[in-house]
Write a protein that binds this ligand. Structure first.
Ligand SMILES: [Zn+2]
Length: 267
C-alpha cells in the first residue's frame, strides 16, 4: 500500500540515492562548521528526533547504505533518548546532537532554562561528543527556545554552533518536511526560518530529488523528522492522522494569532 506514496522510508531511500549520486559533498553540520570556507557545494542532512527513536534508526541504516552521514538531534524524552539505539546510530558515523527545549520546560524562566540546558547537554556528553545543538520548536508553546541565546552563546558551552544561528541561509537552500510538506509557503509556524526563494516550487520529495539531480543550487540543507517517514503501512496510517490533526491545530493557531495581531499581521 505504500508504493508511490510520499513520506515513506522507501521514498527517503530514493532521496538518499539522489544525494549519493549528486555533485554535492555530504558532511555533518559539525564538519561543515569546522570548515565553512570549503569551495565545493555542500549538502547537509539534519534530523530532529522528536517522538520515537526507532524511526531514526531505520533512516540511519538507509543513509549508511548510501554512504550518507547526517546530523541527528535528540530530545530527552524516554522514547527518544535511548543510548543503546543512539550508539548504533553513532556507529554509522552520523553526528549526535542535542535537541533542546529548556525554555519550554522552564516555562519561560531564563535562568532555569540555561541551567537545564547545561545539565542536559552534560548528560549527552557523558556518552557522545556533542558539537552542535538545535532547538525544538513546539508550535503550541508560547516560548521560543532559541531565546536562551540572547543571554549566552554556543561557544560558552564549547559548541561549534546551532543550525538556526550558525548557517547562512543566503548560501543554503533550506528544505523542511515540517507540516508534511516541503512547500515553504505552507509550513510557517516555528521550527522554520525565513527561506530564500531558491526553495520555492518544491512540494513533493520527487520535486526535491529532481532539484538535487539538476545540481543547480549552490548548497542545500535538508531537515526531516524521521517518524514522518515510516516503513510500514500501519505506521504510515498513524503518522498521516497525527499530521492531519497537527496541521489543523497549526491552522487554528495561525488564524488566532493573525486575528489577535489584526489583519495586517504576518503570523
Ligand atoms: Zn523538534
Amino acid at each position: 500500500m505504500l508504493s508511490g506514496r510520499d513520506f515513506t522510508l522507501k521514498k527517503y531511500e530514493d532521496l538518499c540515492e539522489a544525494v549519493s549520486n549528486s555533485r554535492y559533498r555530504n558532511v555533518t553540520i559539525a564538519e561543515y562548521l569546522e570548515d565553512t570556507n570549503a569551495a565545493d557545494s555542500i549538502i547537509l542532512i539534519r534530523h530532529d528526533v522528536d517522538e520515537n527513536i526507532r524511526f531514526a534508526l531505520d533512516m540511519a541504516e538507509v543513509e549508511s547504505d548510501y554512504g550518507i552521514r547526517a546530523t541527528y538531534y535528540f530530545r530527552t524524552g524516554k522514547n527518544v533518548y535511548v543510548p543503546d539505539i543512539i550508539d548504533t546510530i553513532a556507529s554509522y558515523h552520523h553526528e549526535i546532537g542535542y535537541h533542546y527545549e529548556t525554555l519550554d520546560t522552564a516555562k519561560g524562566d531564563m535562568d532555569l532554562a540555561i541551567h537545564l540546558f547545561s545539565e542536559e547537554l552534560a548528560m549527552f556528553r557523558e556518552k557522545y561528543d556533542v558539537k552542535t545543538v538545535c532547538m525544538h520548536g513546539n508550535p503550541l508553546s508560547r516560548y521560543d527556545n532559541r531565546a536562551i541565546w540572547e543571554r549566552c552563546r554556543p561557544d560558552d558551552f564549547g559548541l561549534l554552533g546551532e543550525p538556526y544561528l550558525s548557517l547562512d541561509y543566503d548560501r543554503f537552500a533550506y528544505f523542511s518536511d515540517s507540516g508534511r510538506t516541503w512547500d515553504i509557503n505552507r509550513n510557517k509556524v516555528k521550527d522554520t526560518i525565513e527561506r530564500s526563494r531558491s526553495s520555492e516550487g518544491v512540494r513533493s520529495s520527487d520535486d526535491l530529488i529532481n532539484l538535487i539531480n539538476q545540481g543547480s543550487l549552490r548548497d542545500i540543507c535538508i531537515l526531516t523528522h524521521p517518524e514522518r517517514w515510516p516503513g510500514t503501512g500501519l505506521d504510515y496510517c498513524y503518522r498521516y492522522c497525527v499530521d492531519l490533526v497537527y496541521n489543523l491545530g497549526k491552522w487554528v493557531l495561525v488564524r488566532t494569532r493573525r486575528h489577535n495581531h489584526g489583519t495586517g499581521g504576518s503570523a
